[in-house]
Design a protein around this ligand. Structure first.
Ligand code: ATP
Ligand code: LTN
Length: 326
């Protein structure tokens, strides 16, 4: 069975972009693949975090993943920092990547331009991500469009390592969906919807009150024209609504455009579709969030399964590069 791996940072509230760009595909993938999903808490540390908030957000994120339908019988669900092998392989990946390659990463450029404190970890972040993926020999990595460049780097590092030291890693493929790969902020449709940006009206959180979520869609910024067409460059707001509706209902955003001659009905349908996606998630989350010990037990089992896969791979890597074993 092909192996799938992906990760999400506990950096804030999980939003509609995370769900449509990545998480709903994690759920679908778990039935046809050997799948591993991790809460990448070490990646969250690349920007300053309040310890109590990080602790709470990590547990809450694990419960949201269960609520959207990640099934611990089908998938290995775990917390990145519970499997220390990721960090050891990350150092090897940092030494496999060049400074120039890391400096070209657009996520680093964007985040370092606006941050008050730019940590070394923000710069080497993609090497840890490569380690997350390569340590499990993942074939496929379901992510949103913003991760395309990190996946390319991961592939380059795997190929470089294999050619220096002999076949060691599977070279993974990014799996980026057609609709919903880049959900944009509803108030600033030229920026992606993001957990850590402060844009409450532009971001739909999965746990938003359903009426609030619908209102955010209905108040989304569009433009002064009236024509409905899918054109993300000229009409980013309208195209974003078509993408959201398409990703919620499994339809193509270009085809959907021909059903509408005005913005009002498009907004109403997009709002209804989002509410119908969020409703069952919120119901399951309310049940699960009361069972903290149950969640911790699932994460403990997940960490055990992940470690059993990661440890032999790390041993092989150490042997290949000439580290002395005892
Ligand atoms: P942060 O704002 O803290 O950087 P984020 O909202 O970008 O967080 P991540 O934890 O970095 O979320 O991403 C988890 C997954 O969600 C990744 O696969 C990422 O590509 C995807 N994703 C994030 N934002 C969007 C978006 N706006 N549209 C589609 N997919 C997204
Ligand atoms: N860098 C990713 C999160 C991430 C990830 C991974 C995704 C860390 N490790 C491994 C897929 C596979 C992000 O910022 N969204």
């Amino acid at each position: 069975m092909p192996r799938v791996l992906s990760g999400i940072k506990p950096t804030g509230k999980v939003h509609l972009g995370n769900l449509l760009g990545a998480l709903q595909h994690w759920v679908a993938d778990q039935y046809e693949n050997d799948s591993l999903y991790c809460v990448v808490d070490l990646h969250a540390l690349t920007v300053p975090q309040d310890p109590a908030t990080l602790h709470e957000t990590t547990l809450q994120l694990a419960q949201i993943l269960l609520a959207i339908g990640i099934d611990p019988e089908q998938s290995t669900l775990f917390i990145q920092s519970h499997v220390h092998e990721h960090i050891e392989l990350a150092w090897v990946m940092e030494c496999t990547a060049s400074f120039g390659e890391l400096r070209r990463m657009t996520q680093f450029k964007d985040k370092s331009e606006t941050a008050d404190f730019v940590s070394g970890g923000l710069f080497t972040y993609p090497a840890l991500m490569a380690a997350d993926i390569l340590i499990y020999d993942a074939d496929k990595v379901p992510v949103g469009d913003d991760q395309r460049q990190h996946l390319e780097l991961t592939r380059d590092l795997a190929i470089r390592f294999n050619s220096r030291y002999g076949e060691t890693f599977v070279v993974p493929e990014a799996a980026i969906p057609k609709a919903g790969a880049r959900v944009m902020d509803l108030q600033q449709p030229t920026s992606k919807m993001s957990k850590s940006d402060d844009s409450p009206q532009g971001t739909i959180d999965l746990l938003d009150d359903l009426g609030v979520a619908a209102r955010k869609i209905k108040r989304a910024v569009t433009d002064t024209e009236t024509e409905v067409r899918f054109d993300p460059v000229a009409k980013p707001g309208v195209s974003n609504l078509l993408s959201i509706l398409g990703a919620c209902t499994g339809q193509n955003p270009e085809d959907l455009a021909s059903n509408y001659t005005q913005y009002g009905p498009l907004k109403a349908d997009a709002a209804d579709a989002v509410v119908e996606v969020l409703r069952p998630i919120q119901k399951r989350y309310a049940e699960l969030s009361a069972d903290q010990p149950g969640t911790l037990a699932i994460l403990g089992q997940g960490a055990g399964k992940a470690r059993a896969m990661a440890a032999p791979k790390l041993r092989l890597v150490k042997e290949r590069i000439g580290l002395l074993g005892i």
